[in-house]
Design a binder for this molecule. Structure first.
Ligand code: FES
Length: 237
């Protein structure tokens, strides 16, 4: 069972950062997920990021090693120009969502540097991009884990046990959510960076509650007793 959502899966990249830390097996049966590669440095040019830093939560996370650092590549420029060209010249700010999706797809999350770049491409103030990023929960402000799990917590799923499912997933993946359950910082990550979790609102499959997304894969009827099998099914991801 799978479906696409507004937040595309971020593929493991050959430029992903080096990984030396791994989660121990949660219960003696789980195999840690792999990572590896080398980072691509972002530009060294100094920029004023004070407004962005105040508004964007982009703390470093153990999940960063699975994603390339933000860099303006030829491919990114080409794709961005393609998107912008779909709008009238005097309305190119309308491409802000496609550009942010492109950034998140490539780099895993929306960093202050990428906001600055999107703003420059669209000739708008960075704060305008910040407003979009902070409005839509689908845009991540820090790197998630290699497997990012979004558990629906709206009524049907809550009644079906999604809160218990979240607790079970955190227990298995050794995730501490105590400091992460806020609108500004909803993502909690395992120490090894292999797993991250966050609650999501209705994922439009209320009849098969509780449901969750693992990256872009949709899973229905995920009761607590299926949590471990769910994570194990991604051992080779
Ligand atoms: S309440 Fe969970 S999918 Fe609708």
């Amino acid at each position: 069972m799978s479906s696409n959502t507004e937040v595309p899966e971020v593929p493991a990249d050959q430029n992903a950062k080096d990984s030396t830390q791994s989660c121990p097996p949660a219960d003696g049966t789980n195999t840690p997920l792999p990572g590896g590669g080398s980072s691509t440095a972002a530009g060294s040019e100094e920029r004023a990021l004070s407004v962005l830093e105040k508004n964007i939560h982009s703390a470093q996370t153990p999940g960063e090693k699975f994603f390339p650092s933000f860099a303006v590549t030829e491919g990114l420029e080409e794709k961005a120009n393609e998107r912008i060209a779909q709008y009238p010249d005097d309305q190119k700010r309308s491409a802000v969502l496609p550009l942010l999706h492109e950034v998140q797809h490539r780099f895993g999350y929306i960093s202050p540097e990428s906001i600055d770049w999107v703003a420059g491409k669209l000739d708008i103030e960075p704060i305008k991009v910040v407003e979009v990023v902070t409005f839509y929960p689908g845009f991540r402000q820090k790197a998630p884990g290699k497997l990012h799990i979004r558990v629906c917590r709206t009524l049907s799923c809550a009644m079906g046990g999604s809160y218990e499912l979240m607790d079970k997933l955190c227990q298995i993946a050794q995730i501490d959510r105590s400091a992460s359950d806020t609108h500004k910082d909803p993502i909690a990550i395992s120490p090894c960076g292999n797993f991250s979790v966050e609650f999501a609102e209705c994922l439009a499959s209320c009849g098969t509650a509780p449901v969750c997304l693992v990256n872009d894969d949709f899973h229905e009827g995920v009761t607590c007793d299926k949590a471990e099998a769910l994570l194990n099914s991604y051992q080779n991801a």
